[in-house]
Design a protein around this ligand. Structure first.
Ligand SMILES: Cc1cc2nc3c(=O)[nH]c(=O)nc-3n(C[C@H](O)[C@H](O)[C@H](O)COP(=O)(O)O)c2cc1C
Length: 353
């Protein structure tokens, strides 16, 4: 049913508009308390899925990756579908419109997505106010919310540390963990922050801002994750893992989207027409898993590894967990799989335990 709908929608509706409408309908339906209660009961992860990670008790290691709910509009609805945690964002210090449209493309034959959204979001102040409201509700207080922050387009690499610090300061009081995103391919220069000499002051700034904001609000220390690119070479990724360990970062998310176009089945003309952007979904799977293995070998057991990239079928999630990830997260698999997708993945995770 959902697949048929996807095919029809894919043919007639621009992908971004389809996302907006689909997400809105989901939120509206799940805003009705009896419907949400019913769905939440039906989709609740089996008890065997429960994990402890980052000092948090999660119903499932499966999370929704950043980018789906950039502005924290749907945390409660998405949690009801069975995700163990929702990573909102990327949020930037300054509100910004993102890149010109069209900027989101589905490659149906690959069950993949190309996007160059460019961190369109309402800005840290607005999103913080929204999260504060969400946290005042019972369902919102119980939800596990990761907040993913990135660099404002107007900030230079030299201003990045301060810019991320502003977002961290505003959002830290409402997050269960914070992700420092240096890996989107759609903000010019962002991936330069993989360079150790730029990354160190950036992380110091975020750590200081978080510590201050949390202390001010009388809250415990906030776990910090770093989200990395699959397109950096292995040596650079290992240097980042070493730095993260040295600086007391809690974990790494591997990975963001790739700029590679290898291994696609889609008509090359379609791929060319889509243009620049990050590719996600199954074509990313192999590289994301390779990066995960690299990191597990280097810092496994010391840093948490959250696996992302091409997790589509239930076995993908189990494979990542077996390969040493404590958490998994996905975006594209959920888009193609539909609202019942987290339930299917959770059932397989529980069966594997
Ligand atoms: C349309 C779209 C928008 C995204 N936006 C963000 C973002 O704002 N911040 C971020 O860290 N990752 C973003 N991502 C990357 C995902 O969080 C995830 O790391 C990546 O898509 C790989 O996982 P997947 O193959 O399950 O989609 C986005 C992905 C897609 C498809």
């Amino acid at each position: 049913m959902y697949r048929l709908l996807m095919r029809i929608v894919g043919r007639y509706l621009d992908a971004e508009r389809a996302h907006r409408i689909g997400f809105l309908l989901l939120r509206l339906a799940l805003a009705v308390p009896p419907i949400r209660a019913l769905v939440a009961r039906r989709c609740a992860p089996p008890a065997a899925c429960a994990v402890e990670a980052l000092g948090l008790s999660l119903r499932s290691p499966l999370g929704l990756a950043a980018g789906f709910d950039k502005n924290a509009h749907g945390v409660v609805a998405l949690t009801a579908l069975g995700f163990g945690y929702i990573e909102i964002g990327t949020v930037t210090a300054q509100a910004q419109p993102g890149n010109p449209r069209p900027r989101l493309f589905r490659l149906m034959r690959d069950r993949a997505i190309i996007n160059r959204m460019g961190f369109n979001n309402d800005g840290a102040e607005v999103v913080a106010a929204r999260l504060a409201k969400v946290r005042r509700t019972r369902a919102g207080a119980a939800a596990v919310i990761g907040v993913n922050i990135g660099r404002s387009k107007a900030a230079t690499s030299e201003q990045a540390a301060e810019d991320y610090g502003v977002s961290a300061q505003l959002l830290a009081p409402f997050a269960d963990y914070l992700t420092v995103n240096i890996s989107s391919p759609n903000t010019p220069g962002l991936r330069d922050l993989h360079a150790i000499e730029l990354l160190r002051p950036l992380l110091e700034s975020v750590q200081a801002a978080c510590a201050q904001a949390r202390a001010h609000a009388g809250l415990a220390r906030l776990p910090l994750l770093l989200k990395i690119s699959p397109d950096s070479n292995d040596d650079d990724l290992l240097a980042i893992a070493d730095l993260a360990l040295e600086m007391g970062i809690d974990g790494l998310i591997a990975t963001n989207t790739t700029v590679s176009r290898e291994g696609l089945r889609a008509d090359p003309a379609l791929v060319t027409a889509a243009g620049a952007g990050g590719l996600s979904g199954p074509p990313l799977r192999e590289r994301a898993l390779a990066v995960q293995r690299l990191l597990v070998d280097r810092v496994g057991g010391q840093l948490l590894i959250a696996a992302a990239g091409g997790i589509e079928i239930p076995d993908d999630a189990v494979e990542r967990l077996d390969a040493g990830a404590q958490l998994v997260q996905a975006y594209t698999g959920f888009v193609y799989g539909g609202p019942a997708w987290p339930r299917t993945i959770n059932a397989r995770i529980a069966a594997a335990r």
